[in-house]
Design a protein around this ligand. Structure first.
Ligand SMILES: [Zn+2]
Length: 137
């Protein structure tokens, strides 16, 4: 299926078809984060797993964490995603903690995901209130 799609695509062969981003449900940051990781990872399509204040579920395991990982595995196993982006942002309604705490959570989330998916390329960003992307890890 993937080869058939590639052969009819105008995209370079070297460009990956899928990467996956774990991000907040907040509409202000999804496009920003997806565009950042599409460019950074060289991926044509970005699968997106969302939750309000996503990083808090990855920094500290909760009931929701297993569902997020289950959603993530669909992208990895069915779309062949080998790159995972993590996004947190300022003024997060789902995770109303200081910016410094959010940035630490991004680091912890990336570390957690690297343990869960050791073969994947994983990076994390934080988006400021002015929509500036800061690479955390
Ligand atoms: Zn948020």
């Amino acid at each position: 299926m993937r080869n058939r799609l590639c052969s009819h695509s105008s995209y370079p062969w070297s460009m990956r078809l899928f990467a996956v981003v774990l991000t907040c449900m907040d509409g202000r940051v999804q496009v920003k984060g997806n565009n950042y990781f599409s460019t950074t990872f060289g991926a044509r399509n970005i699968d997106t797993v969302t939750a309000p204040g996503m990083v808090k579920y990855l920094a500290d395991a909760t009931e929701r964490t297993s569902q997020i990982l289950s959603d993530l595995r669909i992208s990895i196993h069915e779309h062949g995603s080998a790159q995972i982006g993590v996004v947190a942002h300022a003024d997060c309604a789902g995770n109303p903690v200081p910016d410094s705490t959010q940035k630490r959570q991004v680091s912890e989330a990336v570390a957690f995901l690297r343990t869960e998916f050791p073969g994947a390329e994983i990076a994390g960003i934080w988006v400021s209130e002015h929509s500036i992307v800061e690479r955390i890890l």
